[in-house]
Design a binder for this molecule. Sequence first.
Ligand code: PLP
Length: 388
Amino acid sequence: MTSPALTATVDLGAIAHNVGVLRAASGADVMAVVKADAYGHGALPVARAVLAAGAAELGVAHLTEAAALRAAGIDAPITAWLHTPGADFAGAIADGIDIALSSISQLDAVIAAAHRTGRSAVVTAKVDTGLNRSGVAVDEWADFAERVAKAHVDGSVALRAAMCHLARGDEPDHPLNDAQAQRLDAAVADLTRLGAAPQVVHIANSPAALTRPDLARDLVRPGIAVYGRTPVPARGDFGLIPAMTLTATIALVKRVAAGQGVSYSETWIAPRDTVVAVVAAGYADGVPRLLSGRIRVRIGERMFDGVGRICMDQLVVDLGPDGAGVREGDQAELFGTGASGGPTAKDWADAIGTIDYEIVSQVGTRVVRRYLGERQVGLAAETTETGQ
Ligand SMILES: *Cc1c(COP(=O)(O)O)cnc(C)c1O
């Protein structure tokens, strides 16, 4: 079998393990966040794996992401929390998606869709407790609470849940975390007094799920930790296992003479006669161009330096004068679990001043996702591939 040019190997066994770590650390049920194609890992296989591993629910940003999971046969509870005007609330109601509401105008649109379709909408009150991003704003809250409770009582909506999102979850001891939890608890008390007590309350993202079990209410809502990346590096890795390994095939091996420039603008000039490998991965595949001259890749057991500009489709590594025995068709590991000193997504993030969330979610559509461990998590085949 020939290897694809680019492969993201996703270990579903690692994902299942990480769900277990999150349940144990938080003492709560898990709503696994699978937005943005499961942070680049593939929403559907990840959704199946987390549910098989004991996650109770799924969370996404857009209703379109929820609809795709329903269409593929996922029947677990799914909550979606980011809606733009014109969002398909009627479709979400038909699919039984829990619509998290951030404003009175969203509530009105959902009530209208419920009346139009003759069905009750399942909703979550998404409360802005201090992030000042989405969520019902403080100055709208009292009015929102009355209206959603009234709609709950008259049956056009079923208020199932209340949630908020932490601004400083990655600073576990910051007082804002406690203040946000107190504000959500107060909002839940308001809804309860108005006759619409939420059955499910959730606050904690990955860092809070791992470090602040006291903030777990009925569910925790982790994303990045499901994929095995520690959200609070200063507190260690919590036993999480990174699920994605990104590899690319070496397209060419060639000699470059001393004094020759490599790649656009000749930012690297060969200091001696050497041998380089052209790797079939570029910024369109999620390798940040800012890593030019700073990327290191693993080929076999050895690490090699990237040289020159990273291009849209390719990057070049210096193999040294003897070529190190590397051949066309060999695989270069761009990032993986970090086991035995291999490169990690966090190395990339640290090098360019971002977070590994951004690195993994940028892995592009030319990259073939390959899944390991499906049998281990109770899913059908041992390995499947999806080209995207
Ligand atoms: C993305 C997101 C999460 C998951 O955050 P992590 O830091 O990846 O755990 C949880 N809740 C909401 C509202 C989100 O947008």
